[in-house]
Design a protein around this ligand. Structure first.
Ligand code: SF4
Ligand code: SF4
Length: 179
C-alpha cells in the first residue's frame, strides 16, 4: 500500500507562560470578522482563554469539532491544587455552553489555523502572544493512502445524513450517465 505525506500543524500551549492578556482572542476574532479586521469581539474568537485571576488560572483552549449532543456526564480537573470549571478544557462547540459559537448566528466556530491565501508563516494568535505561551510547530508524517479512503467515507456519511442515501445514489447514477 502506498504512503502519502501529510503536514501536521500543532500549537503547543505553555500554560505557565500565559498571563491572560487575551491578545490571542482579539486578533483571532478580528481576522475572522466580516469584513476582515472590521471589529474584534472575543466571543467570535476560535481560541478562548479560561481566566480566573483569583486562582491565577489562565488556560488558552482552541475551538475543535462541533458536537450535536452534549456529553452524558461532566469532567472537572484539579491540577496542582487548582480546581478548574466543569468542561474547562473541552474544545467542542457543544449545546451545553456558549463558547465557540458565533454570537449572532449561533453557528459553531472551529480553529482553522488561520487558513488564508497567501499562507501565513505562523497562526496569528501565535504571532500576537508576546509571552510565548503559544508555540507553533509543523512536521510531516507518512500515512497510508487508505486514510484518504476513510476521509471519503466520513464525507459520504455526512452527505447521506443530510440528503438521504437514495438521493446520493440517484445523483451518482446521473453523473455516470454523463461520462
Ligand atoms: S496572547 Fe498569549 S499570554 Fe495572552 S492570553 Fe493569549 S495565550 Fe495567554
Ligand atoms: S490559529 Fe488562527 S484561527 Fe486558530 S485560534 Fe489562532 S488565530 Fe484563531
Amino acid at each position: 500500500m502506498s504512503k502519502v505525506k501529510k503536514k501536521i500543524k500543532t500549537i503547543r500551549i505553555d500554560v505557565d507562560k500565559c498571563n491572560g492578556c487575551r491578545s490571542c482572542e482579539m486578533i483571532c476574532s478580528s481576522f475572522h470578522a466580516n469584513p476582515q479586521y472590521s471589529s474584534n469581539n472575543p466571543a467570535r474568537s476560535r481560541i478562548r482563554v479560561i481566566r480566573d485571576p483569583h486562582k491565577d488560572i489562565y488556560v488558552p483552549v482552541y475551538a475543535g469539532e462541533y458536537t450535536e449532543s452534549e456529553c452524558s456526564g461532566r469532567d472537572k480537573y484539579t491540577i496542582n491544587g487548582k480546581e478548574y470549571d466543569e468542561c474547562a478544557f473541552c474544545r467542542a462547540s457543544c449545546p451545553s455552553r456558549s463558547e465557540f459559537k458565533e454570537p449572532d448566528s449561533g453557528l459553531p466556530l472551529k480553529c482553522d489555523m488561520c487558513e488564508s491565501d497567501p499562507t501565513l508563516e505562523k497562526p496569528l494568535c501565535v504571532q500576537w502572544c508576546l509571552a510565548d505561551a503559544l508555540i507553533y510547530e509543523e512536521r510531516e508524517e507518512e500515512v497510508e493512502e487508505d486514510v484518504k479512503q476513510e476521509e471519503i467515507e466520513v464525507g459520504l456519511e455526512s452527505m447521506v445524513d443530510k440528503y438521504g442515501l437514495q438521493k446520493i445514489l440517484d445523483t451518482v447514477a446521473r453523473m455516470k450517465k454523463k461520462d
